[in-house]
Design a binder for this molecule. Structure first.
Ligand code: G3P
Length: 217
């Protein structure tokens, strides 16, 4: 399973990439607004220049013609940009049109296997089931990820990758890997939580103390 960062924070992206474990980034309008980026184009171009893989940038207009026009515009900003399109009827229409133009789509706000199947048929490169938001609503978000992975496995010609999104904590990452998600997109905080273990820190401290006691350094 690959790890993407779910953020528009440049420093966090630089750190994640420097660790060699982050191979993509996903953003959404909320994440962009949280960072106070005023120039959407400059922000997306900057992130795309840092990340060695796909960077999802969402369309922020409604209606298929406007979404299509904006998707084409965003796609021209960088070679590794992926257009985030919501899982609606208009979104499917836009996705299938973009597929014909070889523009990659991450179909977002997915809450059902049917939406995922339709996204794949329309030609989306990625489908993003929102795990945490389903959990919030009293459903099992990770069960949806597993269901989508299982259904896609039945059809070798479906090449859409399952991108577990709305990840809230490290256990979600383990569950996404167990479910067979191709990618989990995680907040920076969760990436740091995945790295950290108190026994590692205690172990380092003890090793260094023991070494100091014999070497005198
Ligand atoms: O990027 C989409 C998704 O990951 C949002 O997560 O925590 O706002 O539900 P969240």
């Amino acid at each position: 399973m690959r790890i993407f960062l779910d953020t528009a924070n440049i420093e966090h992206i630089e750190h994640g990439v420097s660790l060699g474990v982050v191979s993509g980034v996903t953003t959404n309008p909320t994440l962009v607004s949280m960072e106070g980026h005023k120039d959407y184009r400059a922000m997306v171009k900057k992130i795309c220049s840092i990340v060695p893989g796909p960077v999802s940038a969402e369309v922020v207009v409604e209606g298929a013609p406007a979404m299509l026009e904006q998707a084409r515009e965003i796609a021209a900003w960088a070679t590794n940009v992926v257009i985030k399109i919501p899982a609606t009827a208009e979104g499917l229409e836009v996705t299938s049109a973009l597929k014909k133009e070889n523009i990659k789509v991450n179909m977002t706000l997915c809450f059902s296997v049917n939406q995922a199947l339709l996204a794949a048929l329309a030609g989306a490169s990625y489908i993003s089931p929102f795990v945490g938001r389903l959990d919030d609503a009293g459903h099992d978000g990770m069960a949806l990820v597993k269901d989508i992975v299982d259904v896609f496995k039945n059809y070798q010609d479906l090449t859409t990758e399952v991108l577990a999104a709305s990840i809230r904590h490290p256990l979600h990452c383990i569950a996404a890997a167990r479910a067979g998600a191709h990618i989990a997109t995680v907040p920076y905080k969760v990436l740091l939580q995945m790295i950290k273990h108190p026994l590692t820190d205690i172990g380092i401290e003890r090793f260094l103390a023991d070494w100091k006691s014999v070497s005198g350094k």
